[in-house]
Design a protein around this ligand. Structure first.
Ligand code: PMP
Length: 429
């Protein structure tokens, strides 16, 4: 596959943009290097790159694109919004309408606030939890990603309940010390951390269904225990639903798992592809936020009409009958097909899937936490990724990411993808 123009554009990008990309995950570092593909057009389940090559897309822009690219209902909504002016700095009717839609779908959101990214949403939930509890420390789970604000760019220390160390230069160790990391799916490690630091813990922050070391579901009873321990300790439970909100059904992971959070952070799908974030929760907690309360959070672009219109339109599409059944059908077909092919070629894989989102790990182990995901074969994944890309299948360039199905994918797309998987596996033996 000729990707000459991408090569040239990447060289140019490296001259002007740091690392040639505006988000590090777009570089091919996670797959041993290479030139990222410059896409030019997205339509439905497909991409066309600047050299005219066509791809079936499973990246879904890291999650937001659940309806397929350029869905006409969303595109029309954005166009109409743009024609009326893209940014006002005043309240609009659209914000009320969208807030109400979110509240109707996710009952634990008694009050919401729109922001512009998942990072902002999570960052603010932490601030509000600190304001509400008058405590400073936060417990998070290893491998869960919560955006790039200081307190969540922290990795585990040497033991399961030690204070964090910064995961990024520029994060002061004084901030990292406010964060404790414990393994996902391990309620006893959480119990231990709460025993040790309980009086200081403002919040326990978790992706209720993980999307950031692949799709990893909570073990039965895990979230229940997390909630129980968190509340016993007088701390708040924050769910980071930036990936999960509207991904698996019309609503959040809370209605699916039966475990509600005190505060919820959202992003991605709820913007229909435009920049967005939102956070919300129980009213007495949310009333900590300015202008009602002492916790400050603001945003020039927050609740802008284009993002509101795109988000409303996206949810309108998702509310239609059969959407999640279709995503599940496509995901199931892909999962079963890949498992069969792995067996045929004698390649060890393990697939975690929930509805239309899945992760293919090169391992024979079941993946339930980050350490296990880390130990899967990254070199095999890198080879697979490149073999797939060269056959016109666009995946995320990292063994930790999910494949996201959209309602634009068809059975035929899955068949073509499985042919490519067959070919890739046969080259990898
Ligand atoms: N939380 C989760 C669970 C995420 O997956 C991400 C982004 N991948 C974020 C927060 C940060 O969102 P954003 O990139 O919009 O800042």
């Amino acid at each position: 596959m000729n990707r000459e123009t991408s090569e040239k554009l990447y060289q140019e990008a490296e001259e002007h943009i740091v690392g040639g990309v505006n988000s590090p995950s777009r570089a091919f570092k996670g797959v041993g290097g290479g030139t990222p593909v410059f896409m030019e057009k997205g339509q439905g389940a497909y991409f066309w790159d600047v050299d005219g090559n066509k791809y079936i897309d499973y990246l879904g822009a890291y999650g937001p694109i659940i309806t397929g690219h350029a869905h006409p209902h969303i595109t029309d909504a954005i166009t109409n919004a743009a024609q009326n002016g893209v940014l006002y700095g005043t309240p609009t009717k659209l914000e009320n309408k969208f807030a109400k839609m979110l509240k109707d779908a996710i009952p634990s959101l008694e009050k919401v606030r729109f922001v512009n990214s998942g990072t902002e949403a999570v960052m603010t939930t932490i601030r509000v939890a600190r304001a509400y509890t008058n405590r400073t420390k936060v417990i998070k789970f290893a491998g869960c990603y919560h955006g790039h604000s200081d307190p969540v760019l922290v990795a585990a220390g040497s033991g399961p309940s030690t204070l964090g160390t910064p995961d990024s230069a520029g994060v002061p160790s004084s901030i990292a010390k406010e964060v404790i990391t414990v393994p996902f799916n391990d309620a006893s490690a959480l119990d231990e951390a709460l025993d040790q630091y309980g009086d200081d813990i403002a919040a326990v922050l978790v992706e209720p269904i993980v999307g950031n070391f692949g799709i990893v579901e909570p073990k039965p009873g895990f979230l229940e225990k997390v909630k129980e321990l968190t509340h016993q300790n007088g701390s708040l439970l924050i769910f980071d639903e930036v990936i999960t909100a509207f991904r698996f059904h019309y609503g959040s992971a809370q209605e699916l798992t039966g475990i509600t959070a005190d505060m919820t952070a959202m992003g991605k799908i709820i913007g229909g592809g435009l920049p967005i974030g939102a956070y919300g929760g129980l009213v007495d907690i949310m009333e900590q936020v300015a202008p009602l309360g002492p916790a400050y959070q603001a945003g020039t672009m927050s609740g802008n009409p284009a993002s509101m219109a795109a988000g409303i339109a996206c949810l309108e599409v998702l509310k239609e009958d059969g959407v999640y059944e279709k995503l599940n059908h496509l995901g199931e077909k892909l999962e079963h097909g890949m498992l069969k092919l792995a067996e045929k070629h004698g390649i060890s894989v393990s697939i975690n899937r929930l509805k239309g989102a899945l992760t293919l790990y090169f391992t024979d182990e079941e993946i339930t936490n980050y350490e296990q995901a880390e130990n899967t074969d990254g070199e095999m994944f890198a080879r697979f990724f490149k073999l797939m890309l060269d056959q016109g299948i666009n995946l995320a360039p990292s063994k930790y990411e999910a494949w996201f199905l959209t309602i634009a994918h068809t059975d035929e797309d899955i068949d073509k993808t499985l042919e490519a998987v067959d070919q890739a596996f046969s080259n990898m033996k």
